[in-house]
Write a protein that binds this ligand. Structure first.
Ligand SMILES: C[S@@+](CC[C@H](N)C(=O)[O-])C[C@H]1O[C@@H](n2cnc3c(N)ncnc32)[C@H](O)[C@@H]1O
Length: 288
């Protein structure tokens, strides 16, 4: 079978199984199997696939039809232009989180501290800590996650980006997992924020393949903002800031939680699709 025939048949197969953007998905899978950039496929439409290549592709296409995310099948994704390994151990980094990443980079660069220290709360694959450490040397990053498999994946990613010296990983429940006495200039978090009762209605790819601990934000989805707004205070240096992603429709409630906990300069930022997505909040600077 040729490249063009395989693309056609597999696209029809995924379409019948209700997979979104089926042709794109097939092209990305085929590019992965043939180790070719997707656009190169257009230059070799008549190439005949070897039996082994066809077998590998068939297996991947069937798994995709069963709604396994493309990124799990390929084993990686791109986050802010960096390759991040992914697996069922941790949430697949999302494009909207790139907004959080870029805002935090700008804030970290704007600090007057010589070597700023930042915390990534709920690091998952480690994508945010990796981006911040790479973009803001000599900043020191701490990253915490409750999930041991997620933290193992983060460790692999941190090492692959050559950042093991400047990114410290901690296993456990939020601030309770951190060594006493640590203080941060900035905290970044993309916490779980889906209301527990809405998880069953999510897209199959998310519901069945992202870890529940990465999604479940409690009854109203706001559990982690309550914790961040109150518990962060003791871990921040005077004048320190916090950037956190939130879900659709949570803007007012999240901003109100930070306001009630005495934070100042509270701003909400939109993601690239124009939706309110990130809250920024700061502590009072030290009094002279
Ligand atoms: C929405 S995911 C974000 C992952 C990654 N930061 C990203 O943006 O792609 C939230 C992460 O928080 C972690 N988490 C959940 N509860 C936690 C807790 N109590 N303490 C630390 N991490 C927690 C989950 O295991 C998950 O990896």
């Amino acid at each position: 079978m040729t490249v063009v025939e395989v693309i056609q048949r597999s696209t029809e197969f995924l379409q019948r199984h209700g997979v979104e953007s089926p042709r794109l998905q097939v092209e990305l899978l085929l590019g992965h199997v043939l180790k070719l950039p997707r656009l190169q496929l257009y230059l070799c439409h008549d190439r005949v696939l070897a039996e082994a290549e066809l077998d590998t592709l068939r297996t991947l296409v069937k798994r995709r039809a069963n709604r396994e995310p493309l990124q799990h099948l390929i084993g990686s994704t791109s986050f802010c232009g960096r390759e991040i390994r992914v697996s069922p151990a941790a949430l697949i980094p999302r494009p909207e989180t790139e907004t959080l990443a870029e805002l935090t980079v700008a804030a970290l660069r704007g600090l007057s501290t010589g070597t700023p220290v930042a915390l990534d709360f709920g690091t998952g694959t480690g994508c945010l800590a990796i981006h911040l450490a790479t973009e803001c040397p000599p900043a020191w990053l701490h990253a915490v996650d409750l999930s041991e498999p997620a933290l193992a994946l983060a460790r692999t990613n941190v090492a692959a980006h050559g950042l093991a010296e400047r990114v410290s990983l901690h296993l456990g429940d939020g601030f309770g997992a951190l060594p006493a006495g640590l203080r941060f200039d900035l905290i970044v978090s993309n916490p779980p924020y889906i209301p527990a009762g809405e998880i069953a209605e999510l897209q199959v790819e998310v519901r069945d393949f992202d870890p529940r601990a990465a999604l479940d934000g409690g009854t109203d989805g706001l559990d982690f903002y309550r914790r961040l707004a109150t518990e962060s205070v003791a871990w921040l240096n005077p004048g320190g800031g916090l950037f956190a992603e939130f879900g659709d429709g949570q803007q007012t409630a999240v901003a109100a939680l930070f306001s009630a906990a005495g934070w100042r300069r509270i701003n909400v930022h939109r993601d690239l699709t124009g939706k309110p997505r990130v809250v920024e909040a700061w502590r009072e600077p030290a009094t002279p």
